[in-house]
Design a protein around this ligand. Structure first.
Ligand code: NAP
Length: 289
């Protein structure tokens, strides 16, 4: 068997087109475009690339993109003051503070300062809590994108055995909450899990969000399973060149899985598309409030 490749780029393009349609409707109704503001503190090269990509994608769907690029030495109080200003700005529907923040800034404090109604990353404790208890919330973008891809592959996942590897607040925990809400039977694995291979072998759905290249071996995969690889690991090849790779041994897994996401080109593109969808959702909810 050779797995069906889940094309994250194509799925994300379709979602962006859907969002652009919603934005056009929003503009026609409210005579303004939804606005997303991204705050970047410091000069982390990868973060700068992500922020640039988010701004471009935001403009392409017809929303207003604003960026605040602050020096790495910015005091925490100054960042909190900026967040307060953005909370009060009626033209701003979504606020995203790019992580990681410099070590002298308490990221939890900054996230908690964002108005939950504008928290398009879905990291605010109010949104995390609502997701956990099954109330409507702004949901973190990466697990939202994963769920869309799982549903597209499998349709109804009620009763399916789902394994989420990783328990971070930005991927693993919200992913497990979304799968639970979709009535899957969910197991969460982490660094203390005994016999990861046995858990993988039972799972109809595997979401790997770890950050360890090729942790999940192809031979562990249950035949026909849906494998979503969130991992983004840059490895150095014997030639000295670097390459982006996932948490799953793709070449081994593709022979056993029913569906699988590639890295790159799987989960990554969906994350930004879901950010745009969250911004439209936040704008629509604020306009109706
Ligand atoms: P994280 O906060 O470092 O969490 C990693 C999780 O993996 C932790 O829960 C950890 O367990 C678990 N883990 C570590 N080693 C393990 C092992 N040997 N077996 C089982 N579990 C193990 O990472 P994250 O922020 O969730 O990100 C995970 C990966 O996804 C990274 O590669 C990241 O770059 C990628 N990512 C991609 C996107 C995207 O858009 N494509 C978005 C976000 C993240 P403990 O809790 O016990 O330490």
């Amino acid at each position: 068997m050779s797995a069906v490749l889940i094309d994250g780029k194509a799925r994300a393009a379709a979602l962006r087109t859907e969002v652009a349609g919603g934005v056009a409707q929003f503009v026609a109704t409210h005579a303004r475009a939804p606005g997303l503001t991204v705050v970047l503190v410091g000069d982390d090269a990868a973060s700068a690339v992500y922020v640039g990509a988010k701004g471009k994608a935001t403009r392409e769907v017809g929303m207003i993109s604003t960026e605040h690029r602050l020096p790495a030495t910015t005091p925490e109080a100054e960042l909190l003051e900026l967040v307060a200003q953005l909370n009060a700005d009626t033209a701003v529907d979504g606020i995203l503070v790019q992580l990681p923040l410099p070590a002298h800034i308490d990221a939890d404090k900054v996230i908690a300062a964002i108005d939950p109604a504008k928290d398009v990353d879905g990291f605010h404790p109010i949104n995390a809590g609502k997701l956990a208890i099954g109330q409507p919330a702004l949901v973190p973008c990466t697990p939202s994108g994963c769920l869309l891809m799982i549903r597209e592959a499998l349709g109804n996942i009620s009763g399916a055995e789902a394994l989420v590897i990783g328990r971070s607040s930005i991927v693993g925990k919200p992913m497990a909450a979304l799968l639970t809400a979709a009535s899957a039977t969910v197991t969460i694995a982490h660094s203390r899990t005994r016999d990861l291979a046995a858990h993988v072998a039972r799972a109809d759905i595997v979401v790997a969000a770890v950050g360890v290249p090729h942790l999940v071996q192809g031979a562990w995969i249950k035949p026909g399973a849906c494998v979503i690889d969130v991992g983004m690991n840059r490895i150095t090849l014997p030639s000295g060149k670097t390459k982006l790779t996932g948490d799953v041994d793709f070449d081994g897994a593709v022979a056993r899985a029913g569906w699988i996401t590639p890295v790159p080109g799987g989960v990554g593109p969906m994350t930004i598309a879901c950010l745009l969808a969250n911004t439209l959702k936040a704008a629509t909810a604020r306009a109706a409030a």
